[in-house]
Design a protein around this ligand. Structure first.
Ligand SMILES: NC(=O)CC[C@H](N)C(=O)O
Length: 233
Protein backbone atom coordinates (compact mmCIF):
# COMPACT_ATOMS: atom_id res chain seq x y z
CA UNK A 1 0.00 0.00 0.00
CA UNK A 2 1.37 3.39 -0.95
CA UNK A 3 0.03 6.91 -0.44
CA UNK A 4 1.10 10.13 -2.17
CA UNK A 5 0.89 13.62 -0.71
CA UNK A 6 1.10 16.13 -3.58
CA UNK A 7 3.02 19.36 -2.96
CA UNK A 8 2.16 22.51 -4.91
CA UNK A 9 3.89 25.89 -4.64
CA UNK A 10 2.33 27.27 -1.46
CA UNK A 11 1.20 23.98 0.10
CA UNK A 12 1.94 24.16 3.83
CA UNK A 13 0.25 21.12 5.37
CA UNK A 14 2.08 18.61 3.19
CA UNK A 15 4.64 17.61 5.82
CA UNK A 16 2.09 17.39 8.64
CA UNK A 17 -0.04 15.10 6.48
CA UNK A 18 3.00 13.03 5.51
CA UNK A 19 3.96 12.77 9.20
CA UNK A 20 0.56 11.42 10.19
CA UNK A 21 0.43 8.89 7.36
CA UNK A 22 4.04 7.70 7.61
CA UNK A 23 4.75 7.99 11.35
CA UNK A 24 1.37 7.69 13.07
CA UNK A 25 -0.43 5.36 10.66
CA UNK A 26 2.75 3.62 9.48
CA UNK A 27 1.97 3.55 5.75
CA UNK A 28 4.49 4.06 2.95
CA UNK A 29 3.93 7.64 1.80
CA UNK A 30 5.69 9.67 -0.88
CA UNK A 31 5.84 13.45 -0.96
CA UNK A 32 5.33 14.21 -4.66
CA UNK A 33 6.26 17.60 -6.13
CA UNK A 34 3.50 18.57 -8.56
CA UNK A 35 5.92 19.07 -11.46
CA UNK A 36 7.02 15.44 -11.22
CA UNK A 37 3.50 14.08 -11.74
CA UNK A 38 2.40 10.75 -10.29
CA UNK A 39 5.16 8.39 -11.42
CA UNK A 40 3.36 5.23 -10.31
CA UNK A 41 -0.17 4.16 -9.43
CA UNK A 42 -0.93 5.10 -5.82
CA UNK A 43 -3.60 3.49 -3.66
CA UNK A 44 -4.46 6.92 -2.29
CA UNK A 45 -3.53 10.50 -3.13
CA UNK A 46 -3.87 13.35 -0.64
CA UNK A 47 -4.10 16.99 -1.69
CA UNK A 48 -2.92 18.85 1.42
CA UNK A 49 -3.85 22.23 2.83
CA UNK A 50 -2.11 25.52 2.29
CA UNK A 51 -2.19 28.56 0.06
CA UNK A 52 -1.25 27.19 -3.35
CA UNK A 53 -0.21 30.06 -5.61
CA UNK A 54 -1.19 32.53 -2.91
CA UNK A 55 -4.92 31.80 -3.37
CA UNK A 56 -4.76 34.11 -6.41
CA UNK A 57 -7.90 34.22 -8.60
CA UNK A 58 -9.73 31.81 -6.28
CA UNK A 59 -8.24 29.44 -3.72
CA UNK A 60 -7.22 26.27 -5.54
CA UNK A 61 -7.96 27.61 -9.03
CA UNK A 62 -4.35 27.64 -10.27
CA UNK A 63 -3.23 24.35 -8.73
CA UNK A 64 -6.33 22.69 -10.23
CA UNK A 65 -5.02 23.55 -13.70
CA UNK A 66 -1.53 22.06 -13.31
CA UNK A 67 -0.75 18.88 -15.30
CA UNK A 68 -0.50 16.64 -12.21
CA UNK A 69 -4.27 17.03 -11.87
CA UNK A 70 -4.72 14.92 -15.03
CA UNK A 71 -2.92 12.08 -13.20
CA UNK A 72 -5.15 12.64 -10.18
CA UNK A 73 -8.35 12.70 -12.25
CA UNK A 74 -7.22 9.44 -13.85
CA UNK A 75 -6.57 7.93 -10.42
CA UNK A 76 -10.08 8.98 -9.36
CA UNK A 77 -11.62 7.42 -12.49
CA UNK A 78 -9.78 4.17 -11.71
CA UNK A 79 -11.49 4.12 -8.32
CA UNK A 80 -8.36 4.98 -6.31
CA UNK A 81 -8.84 7.12 -3.20
CA UNK A 82 -8.38 10.89 -3.38
CA UNK A 83 -8.63 13.04 -0.24
CA UNK A 84 -8.56 16.85 -0.44
CA UNK A 85 -8.00 18.70 2.82
CA UNK A 86 -8.73 22.44 3.09
CA UNK A 87 -6.76 23.96 0.19
CA UNK A 88 -6.79 20.42 -1.20
CA UNK A 89 -10.59 20.53 -1.03
CA UNK A 90 -10.57 23.83 -2.88
CA UNK A 91 -8.25 22.35 -5.53
CA UNK A 92 -10.43 19.23 -5.79
CA UNK A 93 -13.62 21.21 -6.31
CA UNK A 94 -11.91 23.50 -8.84
CA UNK A 95 -10.81 20.39 -10.74
CA UNK A 96 -14.36 19.01 -10.77
CA UNK A 97 -13.67 16.05 -8.47
CA UNK A 98 -16.80 17.00 -6.51
CA UNK A 99 -19.72 19.25 -7.39
CA UNK A 100 -20.09 22.72 -5.89
CA UNK A 101 -17.34 25.07 -4.82
CA UNK A 102 -15.71 26.75 -1.82
CA UNK A 103 -15.92 30.51 -1.59
CA UNK A 104 -15.34 33.41 0.80
CA UNK A 105 -16.57 32.78 4.36
CA UNK A 106 -19.90 34.43 5.23
CA UNK A 107 -17.96 36.59 7.69
CA UNK A 108 -15.12 37.31 5.28
CA UNK A 109 -12.15 36.74 7.57
CA UNK A 110 -9.70 33.91 8.12
CA UNK A 111 -11.04 31.61 10.85
CA UNK A 112 -8.69 29.35 12.81
CA UNK A 113 -10.29 27.38 15.63
CA UNK A 114 -11.66 24.02 16.68
CA UNK A 115 -15.16 23.13 15.53
CA UNK A 116 -17.42 20.11 15.83
CA UNK A 117 -18.52 17.90 12.95
CA UNK A 118 -21.32 15.36 12.78
CA UNK A 119 -20.58 12.23 10.80
CA UNK A 120 -23.35 11.81 8.22
CA UNK A 121 -22.12 8.73 6.35
CA UNK A 122 -20.31 5.82 7.97
CA UNK A 123 -20.05 3.55 4.96
CA UNK A 124 -17.65 5.48 2.70
CA UNK A 125 -13.96 4.57 2.25
CA UNK A 126 -13.14 7.69 4.33
CA UNK A 127 -15.61 7.40 7.18
CA UNK A 128 -16.13 3.70 7.94
CA UNK A 129 -14.20 3.96 11.23
CA UNK A 130 -16.92 6.30 12.57
CA UNK A 131 -20.55 5.65 13.43
CA UNK A 132 -23.24 7.79 11.86
CA UNK A 133 -24.05 10.63 14.26
CA UNK A 134 -20.61 10.66 15.91
CA UNK A 135 -19.53 14.18 16.88
CA UNK A 136 -15.84 14.93 16.41
CA UNK A 137 -13.67 17.89 17.40
CA UNK A 138 -11.32 19.13 14.69
CA UNK A 139 -9.62 22.40 13.65
CA UNK A 140 -10.48 24.64 10.71
CA UNK A 141 -8.19 27.33 9.26
CA UNK A 142 -9.49 29.05 6.16
CA UNK A 143 -10.90 32.19 4.58
CA UNK A 144 -12.50 30.62 1.52
CA UNK A 145 -14.20 27.62 3.06
CA UNK A 146 -17.90 28.28 2.57
CA UNK A 147 -19.28 25.39 0.58
CA UNK A 148 -21.90 26.42 -1.98
CA UNK A 149 -23.79 24.42 -4.59
CA UNK A 150 -27.11 24.84 -6.44
CA UNK A 151 -30.17 23.45 -4.58
CA UNK A 152 -30.50 20.51 -7.00
CA UNK A 153 -26.89 19.48 -6.35
CA UNK A 154 -27.35 19.66 -2.58
CA UNK A 155 -30.48 17.55 -2.91
CA UNK A 156 -28.56 14.92 -4.90
CA UNK A 157 -25.70 14.93 -2.36
CA UNK A 158 -28.22 14.34 0.43
CA UNK A 159 -30.14 11.66 -1.47
CA UNK A 160 -27.02 9.75 -2.50
CA UNK A 161 -25.43 9.92 0.95
CA UNK A 162 -22.58 12.05 -0.39
CA UNK A 163 -22.50 14.42 2.57
CA UNK A 164 -19.77 13.06 4.84
CA UNK A 165 -19.64 15.80 7.51
CA UNK A 166 -21.68 18.79 8.68
CA UNK A 167 -20.65 21.49 11.14
CA UNK A 168 -22.57 21.06 14.39
CA UNK A 169 -22.44 22.03 18.05
CA UNK A 170 -20.97 19.91 20.85
CA UNK A 171 -24.24 17.97 21.14
CA UNK A 172 -24.39 17.24 17.42
CA UNK A 173 -27.11 19.80 16.63
CA UNK A 174 -26.73 21.25 13.13
CA UNK A 175 -27.69 24.92 13.53
CA UNK A 176 -26.82 28.26 11.90
CA UNK A 177 -24.84 29.11 15.08
CA UNK A 178 -22.68 26.02 14.66
CA UNK A 179 -21.87 26.91 11.04
CA UNK A 180 -18.58 28.84 11.21
CA UNK A 181 -18.40 29.90 7.56
CA UNK A 182 -21.97 29.84 6.22
CA UNK A 183 -21.68 26.62 4.18
CA UNK A 184 -24.95 25.46 2.64
CA UNK A 185 -26.73 23.10 5.07
CA UNK A 186 -23.55 23.18 7.22
CA UNK A 187 -21.90 20.82 4.70
CA UNK A 188 -18.10 20.58 4.96
CA UNK A 189 -17.25 17.06 3.81
CA UNK A 190 -18.35 15.96 0.33
CA UNK A 191 -18.00 12.56 -1.31
CA UNK A 192 -17.33 12.33 -5.04
CA UNK A 193 -16.35 9.68 -7.56
CA UNK A 194 -18.47 6.79 -8.80
CA UNK A 195 -17.75 4.72 -5.67
CA UNK A 196 -17.46 7.63 -3.21
CA UNK A 197 -13.70 7.19 -3.69
CA UNK A 198 -13.11 10.95 -3.48
CA UNK A 199 -13.62 13.10 -0.40
CA UNK A 200 -12.95 16.80 0.10
CA UNK A 201 -13.26 18.54 3.44
CA UNK A 202 -12.35 21.95 4.86
CA UNK A 203 -11.38 20.84 8.42
CA UNK A 204 -7.90 19.43 9.03
CA UNK A 205 -7.86 15.77 10.14
CA UNK A 206 -4.05 15.73 10.10
CA UNK A 207 -4.13 18.36 12.87
CA UNK A 208 -6.39 16.13 14.96
CA UNK A 209 -4.56 12.84 14.69
CA UNK A 210 -2.61 12.68 17.96
CA UNK A 211 -3.94 13.32 21.46
CA UNK A 212 -1.08 15.75 22.12
CA UNK A 213 -2.76 18.03 19.56
CA UNK A 214 -5.99 18.19 21.58
CA UNK A 215 -7.93 15.67 19.49
CA UNK A 216 -7.19 12.46 17.66
CA UNK A 217 -10.65 12.18 16.15
CA UNK A 218 -9.34 12.91 12.66
CA UNK A 219 -7.10 9.88 12.41
CA UNK A 220 -10.11 7.68 11.79
CA UNK A 221 -10.35 9.21 8.31
CA UNK A 222 -6.86 7.95 7.45
CA UNK A 223 -7.55 4.63 9.20
CA UNK A 224 -10.79 4.22 7.20
CA UNK A 225 -8.81 4.72 3.99
CA UNK A 226 -6.19 2.16 5.04
CA UNK A 227 -8.88 -0.40 5.94
CA UNK A 228 -10.63 0.19 2.62
CA UNK A 229 -7.40 -0.38 0.67
CA UNK A 230 -6.60 -3.51 2.70
CA UNK A 231 -10.05 -4.91 1.96
CA UNK A 232 -10.46 -3.84 -1.66
CA UNK A 233 -6.87 -3.64 -2.91
N1 LIG B 1 -5.35 25.80 5.74
C1 LIG B 1 -5.52 25.92 4.46
O1 LIG B 1 -5.47 24.97 3.69
C2 LIG B 1 -5.75 27.31 3.96
C3 LIG B 1 -7.02 27.41 3.21
C4 LIG B 1 -7.19 28.48 2.20
N2 LIG B 1 -6.25 28.65 1.24
C5 LIG B 1 -8.11 29.55 2.67
O2 LIG B 1 -7.73 30.39 3.44
O3 LIG B 1 -9.24 29.55 2.27
Amino acid sequence: MRFAVVQFGGSNCDRDTHHVLAEVCGVETDLVWYKDGLQQPYDAVVLPGGFSYGDYLRAGAIAARTPVMQDILRHAKEGRLILGICNGAQIGSEAGLVPGTFTLNAYPKFISRHVHLRVENDTSPFTSAYRKGDVIKIPIAHKEGRYVAPPGVVETLNREGRVAFRFCDEEGQVTPESNPNGSVENITGILGGSACNVMVMMPHPERASETVLGSDAGIRIFNSMITHIEQHG
